[in-house]
Design a protein around this ligand. Structure first.
Ligand SMILES: Nc1ncnc2c1ncn2[C@@H]1O[C@H](COP(=O)(O)OP(=O)(O)OP(=O)(O)O)[C@@H](O)[C@H]1O
Ligand SMILES: [Mg+2]
Length: 487
């Protein structure tokens, strides 16, 4: 049983106040199909870097076999028949191995990289979020493929996908690492139950703490009363005071003060103990979006529209009517033209040679906010990004803090953020804009389950008009008023 041994691992990035791993000791059997999960920014990708010895840390990590990382576009040199075999297992056209990477669709690229990962003998695959560019069928095929393999670590925020692929779960929680011999959902359901009882325990503790707090306030009043006695006892008196009265007041003051100090100390201690018992439960803050309302009730009408990229037809026969206040989900397989349509409507298509033909109506003066799929072009500081987009810096920071950013992260260069945090930046920029129409292309890629739920609530409960592409079925079903399908 080959085992990776991690002992007393402690790590935090230089200059960051966040300790990602604090004295962690665990063993990982390399034959497991291990799910690595946790909220955005908890350190999943960093954990891979630590296993690969790419970052300095304290403690020891031993027994790590030769690893190979996904995503990695520098494909290792492996015999052709082996790659072909793996691609066949994923139902992909083996000829894609001869095509340059930048001509492949997201799904094809993912399958080609995975094929290289598993074609190498005795190499341990570390797979970081493979589902993001896969459509539903692609996800199912890849899940089927991974479940037939053994010995890898897989990071994903897609619960269904993790369940289908993995037999063990390593969870990075707020308080440390939890390793269980079960699929992700079993961990999740147990955790939900545990959290539910923690929540009611927290409620009880909070009540007790508030009672102690009241007692402390009363006590503070006593103390000030005692102070009054003391002052009176020490004050110069007009007439010669009765010696006994003065002594009595001084003694009373001393006793009250001492009683009050003791009580205060006892209560502070009790409060501290209760505070320690309060569990850190995962939570999300409420986000807000304030769209504007274009005067036109039907701001977009497309009839029999074809889309082209550098003159080459991508898709045809698009019919789409967008009513004000409605949310439209665009569905379709990889490469069918969903992002092309979104970019065309956003007015950013020109850079990629996107043109359209057909009956097209876009209401004049329509204010559009676009959150694209790709985060790789984000660079520089967050305040520069806000300035570029004309976003209100305070609002932008407030939204990011609600999304879990610390103050220190707000001053960081975007390149030093996790993938999910980068995606949060794109969504936050869009939330800062008051638009008549929001165009979101796969907004939930890289976003953790808790934040997904909050974004779902935000879109569903708001009156904004939106067109979005999202492979997360639960989200699409929960927020969309209608669906438009590409074949
Ligand atoms: N080079 C860096 N310098 C400073 N902090 C960094 C750097 N790279 C990552 N971080 C921070 O370390 C934390 C962990 O990052 P990591 O990429 O490991 O998270 P993750 O769990 O993979 O998140 P996600 O689900 O969003 O991909 C984050 O808060 C991130 O902002
Ligand atoms: Mg990551």
């Amino acid at each position: 049983m080959p085992l990776i041994n991690i002992k007393n691992l402690t790590f935090g990035y230089d200059g960051s106040e966040q300790t990602l791993f604090d004295d962690v000791t665990i063993g990982i059997d390399t034959t497991w199909r291990l799910a690595l999960a946790g909220r955005n920014g908890r350190g999943k990708t960093t954990f891979f870097k630590l296993l690969r010895g790419e970052l300095p840390y304290s403690g020891t990590i031993s027994g790590v076999p030769e690893t190979v990382l996904f995503p990695n576009e520098d494909l290792p040199d492996i015999e052709e028949w082996k790659i072909r075999k793996e691609l066949n297992l994923m139902g992909a056209d083996p000829d894609i191995m001869w095509r340059p990477m930048d001509t492949l669709s997201g799904g094809e690229r993912t399958k080609l990289m995975l094929a290289h990962l598993f074609a190498g003998d005795g190499i341990y695959p570390l797979i970081d979020e493979p589902t993001n560019h896969l459509d539903r069928t692609g996800r199912e095929t890849v899940a089927e493929y991974l479940s037939s393999k053994e010995g890898f670590i897989l990071i994903s925020h897609d619960r269904e996908f993790l369940d289908r692929c993995c037999d063990h779960t390593l969870m990075i929680t707020k308080t440390g690492l939890e390793l269980v011999a079960s699929d992700f959902s079993t961990w999740w359901d147990n955790n939900e139950q545990r959290m539910e009882s923690e929540r009611s325990r927290n409620e009880q503790l909070k009540k007790e703490m508030s009672a102690i707090d009241d007692a402390m306030k009363k006590n503070a009043k006593w103390a000030s009363k005692a102070e009054g006695f003391k002052n009176r006892a020490n004050a110069p008196h007009k007439v010669a005071e009765d010696h006994f009265r003065r002594t009595y007041e001084a003694e009373k003051a001393r006793k009250l003060m001492s009683l009050s100090k003791n009580l205060q100390k006892r209560n502070e201690k009790k409060l501290e103990e209760k505070q320690g018992l309060l569990r850190d439960i995962e939570k999300t803050e409420t986000l807000k979006i304030t769209g504007s309302e274009h005067h036109n009730r039907t701001p977009i009408i497309l009839k029999d529209v074809s889309l082209y990229r550098y003159g080459e037809k991508i898709c045809e026969g698009i019919d789409l009517t967008v009513k004000r206040g409605k949310k439209i989900s665009i569905q379709g397989p990889n490469g069918s033209g969903k992002s092309t349509l979104i970019k065309y409507l956003a007015g950013t298509g020109e850079e990629e040679g996107i043109t359209a033909e057909g009956d097209i109506y876009i209401a004049p003066g329509l204010k559009i906010s676009y959150a694209g799929q790709d985060t790789s072009m984000l660079e520089g500081s967050l305040s520069d990004l806000a300035a570029e987009r004309g976003a209100d810096k305070t609002l932008f920071s407030t939204i990011l803090v609600k999304m879990g950013f610390t103050k220190e992260m707000l001053y960081r260069d975007v390149t030093c953020l996790s993938l999910g945090q980068k995606k949060c930046v794109m969504i936050a920029l869009s939330l800062c804009e008051q638009a008549d129409l929001y165009l979101w292309d796969e907004p939930l890629n890289y976003i953790d389950i808790y934040m997904r739920k909050e974004i779902e609530r935000l879109v569903r409960d708001s009156g904004i008009t939106m067109i979005f592409v999202e492979h997360d079925r639960a989200f699409a079903e929960a927020v969309s008023d209608c669906e438009m399908s590409f074949c």
